[in-house]
Design a protein around this ligand. Sequence first.
Ligand code: URA
Length: 201
Amino acid sequence: KLKSAKSRKAVEMEIKAGSLMELKNIVADCKSCGLHATRKNTVFGSGSDKDKLVIIGEAPGADEDESGEPFVGRAGQLLTKMLSAIGIERDNVFICNVLKCRPPNNRDPLPEEIKNCSGYLDKQLELLKPNYILALGRIAAVRLLNKEATMKDLRENIHSYKGIPVIVTYHPSALLRNPNWKYPAWDDLKKLKELLDKAKG
Ligand code: URA
């Protein structure tokens, strides 16, 4: 109990960052959960706020842990292609994850790890102020929306995170495992594209 109160306190202190750079430095020093012991690098996220779109995945994998950059492995290459298919350049959006450290052997993030890392993602979104959020997979969507739901429910609706519209699609790693899902994922991307175009006017 004492331990979780302590880590909560750490996160509360950390979210006082006034800029992304400041927050990135705080994340780099984070030892709020056990994942710090096995990581090579924290993976804060990268990109820009140019298109006012933030894309959120689950957690760094081996390639990301190695490089400190999000979505640089196979799933990342597919994500880059998915974005370019709807005319979005990676550098114009901000890409990050629910967890900033790699879970060993790419296991699913534990609820406690998600909770510990939550302040960082919330603060990133507060600083970036996107007009839209694209959640990749159920873990990112459930974390943002704070409610359990099936992928079907999540994909069928446009949700809201603190008033910011959230579109949910399959995680690119899931698409690599189940190529049949690429068709429905394409529908999700078109929906996102329509929203972005409408916002541009
Ligand atoms: N999968 C994720 O969810 N995030 C990454 O950064 C890489 C793979």
